[in-house]
Design a protein around this ligand. Structure first.
Ligand code: SAH
Length: 255
């Protein structure tokens, strides 16, 4: 049971630019039924609000504890794995998972990793710039011509999948002897988002310094590089090596 709680407490739901406070409350209720407690809000249009509390229907403790941020980068700064939830499947810029696979991935990586599921606004969903911060894009399979769930309904499905994957895992593990696998996983935790963002700023700067990147059109190359490094999920020590290489290149370039 303890392991279950630890996993669920390191899976965060992040709602970006939510328009309707009622959806924030309904999302909190959806989370609480599945044992998720960490709710973060990025620039909600209206929050707190009576409608949010009403729709939370008893999950108002999650609303009180919710953290509000002015950027997605801040909301996921400490996260090791970031999964963007999208109603649309996009061109192949991001590795895609269905909700079930996303739930499994989150359950296996959470604790010690901190995992975020990021949801877009009701009207526009997640922007490409927001998806640039995600390792994976998760899609709830639907009818092809009617794919957009209500925001809180989407949170419910993802939270359910994480919960089910966690239950299945806990069931399997209870039959195995305890071992030190957590310690082993700890050593190779993917670097948190804040360190990856510093690395991307550094590599963009270095590539501009050596005229590899055209500063007036940096987006495509940077998106490809993000995709590469997000796939590799380097740990903090590996990111330090890469940044050391960049610093050496910059020093040589200026010297
Ligand atoms: N009109 C928007 C949909 C917004 S729905 C668009 O076209 O993208 C609000 C949010 O709920 C989405 O940003 C997404 O995070 C989530 N969502 C809705 N339907 C989903 C689906 N089928 N799969 C995954 N996430 C979904």
């Amino acid at each position: 049971m303890g392991a279950l709680v630890s996993i669920m407490s390191t899976v965060r739901i992040v709602l970006v630019s939510t328009s309707h406070p009622g959806n924030i409350g309904a999302a909190a209720r959806a989370m609480k039924t599945m044992g998720l407690t960490q709710l973060s809000l990025v620039t909600p249009r209206i929050f707190p609000h009576a409608e949010a509390t009403a729709r939370a229907a008893g999950a108002d403790d999650l609303l009180h504890a919710a953290r509000v941020f002015s950027t997605l980068a801040e909301a996921v700064a400490d996260c090791n794995l970031i999964i963007g939830s999208s109603a649309r499947t996009r061109h192949l810029e991001w590795p895609q998972l269905d909700a079930r696979a996303a739930g499994k991935l989150a359950a296996t990586q959470a604790h010690p990793s901190t995992v975020a599921f990021v949801f877009g606004s009701e009207r526009t969903g997640l922007t490409n710039a927001e998806l640039d911060r995600c390792h994976y894009l998760a899609h709830i399979p639907t009818r092809e011509d009617f794919s957009s769930l209500n925001l809180a309904a989407a949170v419910q499905v993802m939270a359910y999948e994480v919960h089910m994957a966690t239950l299945t895992m806990a069931d399997g593990q209870s039959k195995e002897p305890a071992d030190s696998s957590t310690t082993r996983r700890d050593q190779h935790l993917p670097a948190p988002a804040i360190e990856m963002e510093r690395f991307y700023t550094h590599i963009e700067q270095t590539l501009a310094d050596i005229d590899f990147l055209n500063p007036s059109r940096p987006k495509l190359l940077m998106r490809r590089l993000r995709r590469l490094f997000n796939r590799a999920q380097p740990d903090a020590a590996e990111v330090n090596i890469l940044r050391g290489i960049l610093t050496a290149i910059q020093r040589r370039d200026k010297g």
